[in-house]
Ligand binder design. Sequence first.
Ligand code: PMP
Length: 481
Amino acid sequence: MGVQLLGDTTVGKRWDVSAQLYEDACAVIPGGVSANIKYFSPYPIFMERAHGSRLYDVDGHEYIDYLLGYGALILGHGHPKVVSAVMHQLLENGTPVFGTPNRIETDMARKLVELFPSMEMVRFTNSGMEATLLAIRVAQAYTGKRKIAKFEGHYHGGYNQVLFSINPDLERAGRAEEPTPVPESLGLTSEEAENTVILPFNQLDACEAILRRHADELAAVILEPVQGGFIPAEASFMKGLRQLTEELGIVLIFDEVKTGFRVTLGGVQDIYGIRPDLTALGKVLGGGFPVGAVGGKKDIMEIMSPSGARDVFAFVDSPADAKAGETPPAPGTDPGKQPASKRRQVLFHSGTYNGHPTVLAAGLATIRVLESPGTMERLMENTHFLRKQLENIYHKYGIPLQTVGMGSIFSLVITERPIKNYRDLAAANTALRKKLDYELLRLGVYTKPLNRYSMSVVHTKEDLHKTVEAHEEAVRRVMRP
Ligand code: PMP
């Protein structure tokens, strides 16, 4: 077969079955993966089973899992409370999905309103990406403005307007104080680039200059309050950004898809004491099932309410009715600039699976476990313990490793330079980190190479000790002449 063995070839046939499965997948799935981020070179490892903190691959190896479904599985794999909530919906309530409003949507919405200081109302989506997409469109409709500002290095999902400057080549990314939008995909248009203003994270003065210049056109500023889930915003930066957006009439959107429930149960906004206008959630909220949510100020959220105006798919009774409901655009005018007809005075948001009762049951079960006394505290203590131990090991071998993070997520960054934004990461020794990560896969510690570490409440002290030992062995192996 065409693919080489993972890492160095002297390891022999360690991931032979994965290699074969990858080749099979490539024949029918582009690149063999359903999400581009799941690929790594020369081929990703295929998993077969999971339990608690452990993953088991198709070649019979066991791993302590720190990827945890890209952070979604804060209770680990197959937590009994989550499984039983799902089974209850399927067996007792009799269906995966009602296709109608249901109690659990309101239960979850109430829970979020109770936990997140900035939320007065909530709508559910099927992914984090859909949540940020909805939040942006709500902001555009609410303000009547078109452009958005996002930060260099921040990820909000894989759709056109936010697929700029996530991991840009610095040669193309412009000045640090005024980054230029760099497309991250084929298929993006120059219009989309023009409508996406890029901001430098943790640099308030530079942000202020850019925001003031574009204020009349900017509907929203969207950010990960903790970049990539691991680089926190500075408190003064966050405060300044809130004041500026308020003053300039720009909707402030926190993308807490990664950070939601992973620092405190009220998101990082609770820690900073900042109330964004809108917040996007995902990951932990679904307990391992696909989910997203947008929550925020009632005044803004109500723009989606269909009561009092007709839905876009509403049945039209008679031609006269249709006429009353429609205002045909004047010839030659941009339909986007037309006043909405009565029928379309609502921001349209829909989806077959929105508010999915099985998914929300899994999410509510997850939140209830996290709310049990001492659980979040233990999770934070364990994370702190692992970070400290890892730093000690690497420093013992003269490697300037920092664990950069907040709450139950961190990343391993090899540099002495303080890490405050995307450009600081350029100083990191990613080649060494990559070598270590491949060794760690052989030693039974799983995350996708170069990815961050997400912790769960089911990682035991023994798991943490084993992880530290594996790191020490990985360091020894990569330092061997
Ligand atoms: N925003 C952030 C901050 C994320 O981390 C992610 C996913 N990694 C998304 C949005 C998109 O979420 P999803 O993958 O559920 O569409």
